[in-house]
Design a protein around this ligand. Structure first.
Ligand code: G4P
Length: 525
């Protein structure tokens, strides 16, 4: 197969959801379709159970699992599918944000009873920022849930994207009959815990066919009315509006029963984008360019404290990646080659000779990489769209063992490179401030500093609300602002100026008082 065909057949995406909506279950069913796993239960859940929030061994165990399930590749029909896993726990949301920078599309899973939940809203916002095409899977139709039309309205409102149902449920809960595949005009009858087989699929070119009664009584009339309503209310599905992230096609089903999943997957491989061009500060990179380029979006540390090596996950953006070939590490301006790059198939990883745009390779790293780093065939490229997001929780971090100062500094630096949290240095008192999205990270940092670096830290409270990156065409305005807010000014790890606002109210006041300054909540703008 030629280079271009290899790119065309790739689908690199992530499944996102609020915890418990069914992401892991859906992932597993997709892998079953791809023949990548043989039995249900083979994909271990990459979620940290709520009860385990202070159980460090559990966190460590989960980190181990999540290396294995970080990327799951499989072949289905003629496509190569790469699913990038995202941690369900909201304290690791930043990890998920970054993973979303490495995908070309997203499937959002929603629980039919719970509707659109908080975490889904946050993640969908990141997809909007990046114009990532999304498909929606409404799960757990075997249970009684919200009315399907109400749910569609809720998705439109909360996720701020128009929807177009491509399948439609016939009742739900104990009376659930099945889904009608609007896209293919097929009725798929529901069978709990069954493997979906061809016999359960009945094709109707006309939904007014009286034979429909044989299958979905007493819901036939209601079903016909609903389909009519859908066709009246929603425009015909238009591929381009999906690809430009204006419209999200919606499917219904029950992941645990492997129901409605095949319809989703078959449509997904047909419509989801193959690797898309990537933006760099210098220029736009097309995947079919001959020269190789890629960026690191995730770093995973080894759990064994005796081997402080890490795996850097690289998304290939253009060209062919080859084992043992020299590539330029742009930030370090030095050449590196990799003798054992790994690719991920289902829950296994293997050394690969080649990888194509859209693929993710795991690179063994001894501390060279940080998130956002570029690797190229020689060109100076800096990939855009891998921002840091404003943390929500802040604490001063202090050395608790004066003899281990160096270890602490190194540990903090490496953990920040990995993206565990963000470090700010106060311009006022030079103290180090750690910012995170979840409270769990503070415990993870303390634990890992001690177990991997032999350093001890302690935290001290600091009352802060948000970190904002400032932008203004008039340098003097920024200078004036920094002077007035001297106590709250800091620098991030790239040396960029950051304002650490202490309250929502104060921040709103600042924003109105300084209309010429833009307060950004992500580090890239
Ligand atoms: P997550 O990764 O999004 O957090 O969700 P996960 O797949 O782990 O699913 C959360 C719970 O929802 C699981 O139950 C799972 O079995 C259940 N579930 C998933 N899909 C469906 C569905 O279509 N219908 C129904 N009724 N339930 C579904 P659990 O009790 O938390 O875990 P387990 O003991 O079943 O593993």
């Amino acid at each position: 197969m030629g280079f271009i065909d290899e790119i065309e057949r790739r689908r690199t995406f992530a499944i996102i959801s609020h915890p418990d909506a069914g992401k892991t279950t859906l992932t597993e069913k997709l892998l079953l379709f791809g023949g990548a796993i043989q039995v249900a239960g083979a994909v271990k859940s990459n979620k940290i159970k709520k009860s385990a929030t202070s159980d460090f061994m559990e966190i460590e165990r989960q980190r181990g699992i999540s290396v294995a399930t970080s990327v799951m590749g499989f072949n289905y029909k003629d496509k190569k599918i790469n699913i990038l896993d995202t941690p369900g726990h909201q304290d690791f949301a930043e990890d998920t944000f970054r993973t979303l920078t490495a995908v070309d599309s997203v499937i959002i899973v929603i629980d039919v009873a719970k509707g659109v939940e908080a975490q889904t809203e946050k993640l969908a916002k990141v997809c909007r920022m990046r114009n990532t095409p999304v498909m929606v899977f409404i799960n757990k139709l075997d249970r009684v849930g919200k009315d399907a039309f109400d749910l569609l309205d809720e998705v439109e409102q909360k996720l701020k994207i128009k929807v177009r149902p491509l399948s439609w449920p016939i009742s739900m809960g104990p009376e659930f009959k099945g889904v009608y595949n609007i896209y293919k005009q097929e009725l798929v009858l529901f069978k709990a815990h069954g493997k979906q087989s061809e016999e359960e699929v009945i094709t109707f070119s006309d939904i007014n066919d009286p034979k429909l009664d044989n299958y979905i009584t007493p819901f036939t009339e209601q079903f016909r009315e609903e389909i009519e309503l859908i066709n009246g209310v929603y425009d015909d599905f238009d591929l381009n509006t999906y690809l430009s992230a204006e419209i999200a096609p919606v499917f219904f089903g029950s992941a645990i029963n492997n129901f409605g999943v095949k319809e989703l997957l078959d449509c997904f491989i047909e419509i989801a984008p193959s690797p898309l061009p990537a933006s760099t500060e210098e220029r736009t990179i097309r995947p079919d360019e001959e020269k190789f380029s890629g960026f690191v979006f995730k770093i995973h540390a080894n759990m064994d404290p005796k081997h402080r090596d890490r795996i850097a996950f690289l998304r290939i953006c253009s060209g062919l990646f080859e084992r043992n070939k020299n590539y330029l590490h742009v930030r370090h301006k030095k050449n590196l080659k990799f003798s054992s790059p790994t690719a991920f198939m289902a829950d296994k990883k293997d050394i690969v000779e080649y990888a194509y745009p859209g693929d993710i390779v795991g690179l063994h790293d001894t501390g060279n990489f940080k998130i956002g780093d570029s690797l190229t065939s020689g060109e100076q490229l800096h990939f855009k769209g891998i921002p840091s997001f404003s943390p929500e929780l802040f604490r001063y971090i202090e050395n608790a063992d004066p003899l281990k100062y160096k270890q602490l500094a190194k540990g903090i630096e490496q953990l920040m490179d990995e993206g565990v949290a963000q470090l700010f240095i106060s311009s006022f008192n030079n103290r180090k401030i750690i910012g995170t999205v979840g409270a769990l990270q503070f415990d993870v940092i303390q634990y890992r500093l001690e177990h991997e670096y032999g350093a001890k830290c302690r935290y001290e409270p600091i009352q802060l609300h948000k970190a904002c990156w400032l932008e203004c065409s008039d340098e003097n305005q920024i200078k004036e602002f920094s002077r007035r807010k001297a106590k709250y000014m800091a620098h991030d790890k790239e040396g960029k100026l950051v304002y650490l606002s202490d309250s929502k109210y104060g921040l709103n006041l600042d924003i109105s008082e300084y209309p010429e300054i833009t307060f950004h909540f992500t580090s890239e703008f």
